[in-house]
Ligand binder design. Sequence first.
Ligand SMILES: NC(=O)c1ccc[n+]([C@@H]2O[C@H](COP(=O)([O-])OP(=O)(O)OC[C@H]3O[C@@H](n4cnc5c(N)ncnc54)[C@H](O)[C@@H]3O)[C@@H](O)[C@H]2O)c1
Ligand SMILES: O=c1ccn([C@@H]2O[C@H](COP(=O)(O)OP(=O)(O)O[C@H]3O[C@H](CO)[C@@H](O)[C@H](O)[C@H]3O)[C@@H](O)[C@H]2O)c(=O)[nH]1
Length: 463
Amino acid sequence: MTTAVSAPLPQRICCIGAGYVGGPTMAVIADRCPAITVTVVDLNAARIAAWNDPDLSRLPVYEPGLDQVVGRCRGRNLFFSTAVEEAIAAADMVFLSVNTPTKTRGLGAGQASDLKWVEASARTVAKAAQGHTIVVEKSTLPVRTAEAVKAILGAGVAGKSFSVLSNPEFLAEGTAIGDLEHPDRVLIGGDDPAAIDVLAAVYAHWVSPERILRTNLWSSELSKLTANAFLAQRISSINGIAAFCEATGADVREVARAIGADSRIGPKFLQAGPGFGGSCFQKDILNLVYLCRHYGLEEVAAYWEQVVRLNTWQQHRIARLVVTRLFGTVTGKRLAILGFAFKADTNDTRESPAIRIARDLLEEGAQLMIVDPKVSERQIGLDLGQPAGEGEGSWRLVASVEAAALGADALLLLTEWEQFAALDWMAIAAVMRQPAWLFDARGRADEAAARAAGLNVWRIGQG
Ligand SMILES: NC(=O)c1ccc[n+]([C@@H]2O[C@H](COP(=O)([O-])OP(=O)(O)OC[C@H]3O[C@@H](n4cnc5c(N)ncnc54)[C@H](O)[C@@H]3O)[C@@H](O)[C@H]2O)c1
Ligand SMILES: O=c1ccn([C@@H]2O[C@H](COP(=O)(O)OP(=O)(O)O[C@H]3O[C@H](CO)[C@@H](O)[C@H](O)[C@H]3O)[C@@H](O)[C@H]2O)c(=O)[nH]1
């Protein structure tokens, strides 16, 4: 399955989709392969303008280290453009890195992936490409999507030819640059060995050959869904055990340490929390569930579906227990929300557990004072379905934890931003309304200091 590489490099790469994956992935390819000209294209002109912003702190994606990589390559061999067809025509390799969210209507609504952006971009490639083009699926796709991509490309004009590869991306947000520069593995699926060699030669600039895995197309597509399903399953497993710990007097941190020491289980991805968020886990598992049902595998579908159900339950559970501890009502009460991004070190809020928890508390009439170092007020308004405001059932974005705590009955730690780990609990407790609570859904706060400052503390998974 591994590969040694000596194939020619592509000269020009075009990536369709300048999002969280397309932008950082292409920046790292351009950085590591100065001989290749990489153009990232998108229909979203505002996003492309932000990628071209001379002020590198204003790139549309926040990732530690990304500004430096873009700073080194942009204008040299890395370009961002809205001229989609022009960039495709010039390229000998085209990556499809467009969004593949869950369908919201029609057949498979709520579970199947919406492939309209993949289809549209494949059609544009069919129209604009010249000569022979290697088309690389970078988006996460249902197994056997390459069949559809090939059919669309195959219907093009004579004189053009295509090879289709699957090359799913495993980066996690917040650590994208490190993940891209030092990947556990690069996966390339395909049935054209020469095309696989060309793509492998790109990665071979910085990834050792034994980490470049070759499979058939369908194994590659399915490995991506499976990896995410396994990772998310670990989180739902530990979150379920966290609730059990709370009921029985055990402590999930101790349980996680004890089971993680077993080398067959391993210590990673055992951090109990408010449930997994992010644009991928839920969407990819639901897609797996949909496909299993499509192939008549009801028991397999139900098994994976439970991972998502438990995750949703965990988010509602946390909102419910906040209300219960605050004497059964939060109507008109101020609650400080520490963190809105789905994890630390990203400005991404897609499927963030903070959204469901905040919505539940707004429904109960709470006044939420939200603090997050990277998420904008506009984005929170979109996520919560209402603009910032005052009074019962309202929210505001504030600049500091101290400002959020002013007059609040409770703080909810929902994102594990580094700055929330070392707060001045004496100063915070002094401005809160007593009796005051810290609900630490990430298990990251200095619990002893918070208690010493007079706060009641609830920590995830602590019995
Ligand atoms: N976000 C992650 O951490 C991550 C990690 C691994 C894999 N993935 C997968 O990668 C894919 C992209 O994810 P993302 O987070 O970068 O999405 P995104 O929404 O941030 O970016 C997708 C971009 O594609 C553009 N686009 C859509 N159709 C287009 C078209 N026809 N022509 C030109 N541009 C078009 C959109 O305008 C958008 O800017 C998804 O399939 C996702 O599941 C995401
Ligand atoms: O022990 C853990 C680990 C993670 N999380 C949460 O799980 C979610 C996802 O975290 P993470 O996987 O680190 O970030 P993503 O950017 O969503 O990355 C996942 O999804 C990507 C998109 O498919 C894949 O490429 C990555 O390999 C996969 O880790 C976040 O809400 C985390 O807070 C926990 O609650 N406990």
